[in-house]
Design a protein around this ligand. Sequence first.
Ligand SMILES: [Zn+2]
Length: 396
Amino acid sequence: MLSRERIRELLTYPGRDVLSLYLDVDPTRPENARANPAYRVWAKTALRDLVRSFADILPKDEHKELEERVERLIEHVELLRPTGRTYVLFQGRDWEEECSCQARLRENFVHYGTPAVVPLLWLLEEYARAGIVLVDHQQARFLTVQLGLTESVEEEFLYIDTSEFPEYDVRSTPILEAHGARVVKGSFSDVFDRRVDAHVERFWRDVAERLERFVAHEDPVFVLLGGEERARSFLLDVLHPKTREKILAEGLSIGVGAPERDILLAAKPVLERAEREHEYRLVEQTLEQLHKNGRADAGRENVLNAVRLGRAHTVLAAWPITGNIRVCPTCGTYFDAELTQLAACPYCGTALMERSFATSLLREAYLHDTEVELVTGRAAERLAPYGGVAATLRYA
Ligand SMILES: [Zn+2]
């Protein structure tokens, strides 16, 4: 995945000679499972159409260069071995950036000009990452799943992100008796039982350490613990409070070795509920700060200007985000297009330009390192009186 820094560079890239390509390469779609997958056919046609559409616009030599670049790109797509559901590529004259993600693309598209980065930002924001950790007395399994925040109900909500975060197993080495036979728990003396317990405990401490690293590295919104009850309570006791905050109170009683599909089915209702509650809590906390101590802001114009000035920490936005905003191209100030009929900026007199609110919000958020949380359902309803957006501020 592209780093935030790289995304910022692309957002402010001055050149207008960048090819942006977004392809739905989802291997579970039958049309993509063919020998000549649908995305390949689409890319070839769309890229050549694009070249033709620029024939009368670009100077001859530039057009020739674009044509050559596109042919190379078509070859590149031919050889593509997709790893996620969506493939994204930005290609300049002498550089390229590509990435794959598990989010589902609504429509393939290709663009020539400044890098079309905002659609990628949506793909990144529409999913929340959660962890599922299954532990018993001899093995542990770590899984990362993506929670779709905005997929329609008939689509699956949750899936395991195996491309970027491969699951890995931890196994406790079986305890051996002096003569090398494996110990089977429950069939030996008290002394031996304690030795096995100490051994299992060491294993669980190891799992706890891995869990700390897992949370630090993957930064999931939360972690669902599953497996044996004793293992779960042991982990909860020894985990760092910071990590424990991320563990859902509700456990998952499913075997460590269960097939992925069964794990997902069991985890889905728990994670769904947890995500909704998490969103609602965030909105409540933000609105409380708004009314109490002014460490929050709400409303489209206020929030967008706070983000632009680098003052917003986290933006909460009700999905779907619609409508337009007006912006002053000179001083950058935003004005709510629905509230104000202003044609010119009251600060500098420049004629205002109409922009998509959603695009402006994401763009500013990435440029100013602000977190964006998309919320739905009850949490979104709470934001309705504020134009669907609120933000916590970095300082009062
Ligand atoms: Zn202005």
